[in-house]
Design a protein around this ligand. Sequence first.
Ligand code: ADP
Length: 349
Amino acid sequence: MANLFHETRSIALITSAGNTVLLAILLFIVRWFFVPIEAWIIIVICTLVFFSGYFFFKYAVDEFIYKKIKLIYKTIHSFRSVKGSETTSSGKSESLDSVNQAVIDWGARQKMEIDELKKLAAYRREFLGNISHELKTPIFNIQGYVLTLLDGGLEDVTINRNYLMRTEQSVNRMIAIVKDLEEISKLESGELKLNLQRVDLTELAREVVDFLEMKARKVNVVLSIENKTDGQVLVRADKERIRQVLINLIENAIKYADKEDNRIVVKFFDMDENYLIEIKDNGPGIAEENLTRIFERFYRTDKGRSRDKGGTGLGLAIVKHIIEAHDKTITVRSKVHQGTTFSFTLAKK
Ligand code: ADP
């Protein structure tokens, strides 16, 4: 586009030079064959024609392009104004220059927006596919149990209660999936605002450990807290969200515990401006190739095992979102058959 405006000068120059040459040839033919015109008169006429032609063509081309481009610029400008980014231009030459920049900026922005929309569309497609896949299993299970009960199972005392209990389990599974979906869509849409406050992490961890104690005891898991700092662990965080992080991580460690003596320890370390929180288990561990993917939505290392344990595949994705909303990151270290450690930091109060 910038070249186009510079080219108006070249176009005017070439056109008027061409015309002048043609005129000069014509005048020399006239001089030789018809009227003896003085050479200086021919030169003066040609010079006048050249300059007037140059300015005329330049003006005409400029005006033509300027008017057309101004229309395009106005359209782009109105799009940009709608989005709140105003630019002002005064004078013709400034407009012509800024049109070029405006078109480039506008094009780049449109491309970015289109790329973003394409990514979102792909994300939505994948997300919807995952949701329907996740919901299909409990729905089909419920359908199977209900049909069996309607087909006479209801009167059969050996199966009626059992099938109703299985139906309830599938309903609970659907509720868990829907709850996690609701949570993750709130986190991903940025709708959820953090309620930052002073939180005593040792106290919060104690509440979470007490809450999960029964569940842990049923599968031979011992829960403990180790405070490696000099005193209280006070952080600036959203208490309820961090409670959820601790529940998800400790529940996972309980869920996948596979030893005779299972141990889960919540540890706190002092890290200058932050506290480091670690949730360490001695469970089955996670293979290295899965470590980078476990925070993805619906990613499981073992689909069957996760579903049998009531997992939705969204727990770690929710945890990651919450920690990132606190401007921090979560990491994981693991060795197969030895255990897993999740660690994240939180800013000191
Ligand atoms: P799920 O609902 O399946 O537990 P999560 O997002 O919470 O989904 O976890 C993703 C996967 O990471 C799990 O399916 C499991 O394979 C693995 N995982 C998470 N925590 C642990 C852990 N403490 N020990 C072993 N594997 C784990």
